[in-house]
Design a protein around this ligand. Structure first.
Ligand code: C2E
Ligand code: CA
Ligand code: CA
Ligand code: CA
Length: 275
């Protein structure tokens, strides 16, 4: 673990050393990267359970470094945040994702992950707004996903940023819901439109009574608060059946599809009856 064990001396282990070395390599490669060509975006469908129709796609960053090969976003996004590179990454990824979304039928939405830093100042928010406006994509089609940590780091600033993005017409989704420790009253004070139930609650939903109860109450909570709800990480037909029974409406997960490149989305898009 990277955390200090409270009450115990911080043990600097070989594992820490390996992580530091790895993060240094990632940072160096990011600094030398041609981000415009090395970064791509994959897309994972968000599906309405009752109709099986694709309502939106979540954009997920992919990086192929000529030095390090494929680096997962869980490894390079935190490094980019600490190295002050995240604004640039966000701008490049959002631009690419919006260009792809502009090719979809306009009833298909795009869900895009923002970092804490992306909403940490009015300048950062202007970059996002500018990128959205320049794309020509209707902001109403766009959901911006934020975690509790990102929203509650500086509550007043986050609130102002979220209000601004919502004024533009974007939806705001609370990502990884249930994994944080924030107070619901604080979250309720933010103009959210959607929550995404973290996949940790969904694995073995059909077999684990505790998970079942948590998902049940999170679904009830989102509905009481008038929010949309996406259940993440649905992998099996048993999990899907359990969710259906609980009244879940929007799902995302390997059961339907892993994230795939833009060129592989046809089967999820409604057939156009073009010329
Ligand atoms: P996230 O936003 O919670 O994204 C969902 C992650 O769960 C994705 O991992 C996705 O591939 C994975 N996933 C989806 N369905 C399933 C499933 O059924 N089973 C399992 N086991 N996993 C599933 P990925 O693409 O590796 O992304 C990891 C995280 O990196 C994301 O978590 C997000 O926090 C961050 N991230 C990815 N792209 C971006 C980006 O463009 N900007 C920012 N700021 N963060 C990003
Ligand atoms: Ca997300
Ligand atoms: Ca998530
Ligand atoms: Ca996550």
């Amino acid at each position: 673990s990277k955390r200090t064990n409270r009450g115990h001396p911080l043990l600097f282990t070989k594992q820490h050393m390996v992580e530091i070395e790895q993060n240094t390599r990632i940072e160096q490669a990011l600094l030398n990267a041609d981000l415009n060509t090395e970064l791509t975006v994959f897309y994972q469908p968000i599906i309405a359970i009752d109709t099986g129709k694709t309502m939106a796609f979540e954009a997920l960053a992919r990086w192929t470094s000529p030095v390090l090969g494929n680096v997962p976003p869980s490894d390079f996004i935190p490094v980019a945040e600490r190295a002050g590179l995240i604004s640039e990454l966000t701008r490049i990824l959002l631009k690419k994702a919006l260009a792809t979304a502009s090719q979809w039928p306009d009833n298909v939405g795009l869900s895009f992950n923002l970092s804490a830093h992306d909403i940490s100042s009015s300048k950062a928010v202007s970059l996002i707004v500018g990128t959205i406006l320049a794309s020509g994509v209707d902001p109403q089609r766009l959901d911006l996903e934020l975690t509790e940590t990102a929203m509650l780091h500086d509550f007043a600033q986050a609130k102002a940023a979220i209000e601004m993005l919502q004024l533009l017409g974007c939806g705001i989704a609370l990502d990884d819901f249930g994994t944080g420790y924030s107070s619901l009253s604080q979250l309720h004070a933010l103009p959210l439109t959607k929550i995404k139930i973290d996949r940790s609650f969904v694995s073995n939903l059909d077999q684990n009574p505790a998970s079942y109860k948590i998902v049940k109450s999170l679904l009830a909570l989102s509905s009481d608060m008038g929010l949309g709800c996406v259940v993440e990480g649905v992998e099996t037909s048993e999990e899907l059946a359990a969710l259906k029974k609980l009244g879940g409406r929007l799902v995302q997960g390997y059961f339907y599809s892993p994230p795939v490149p833009a060129s592989q989305l046809e089967r999820f898009l409604p057939q156009t009856t073009g010329p």
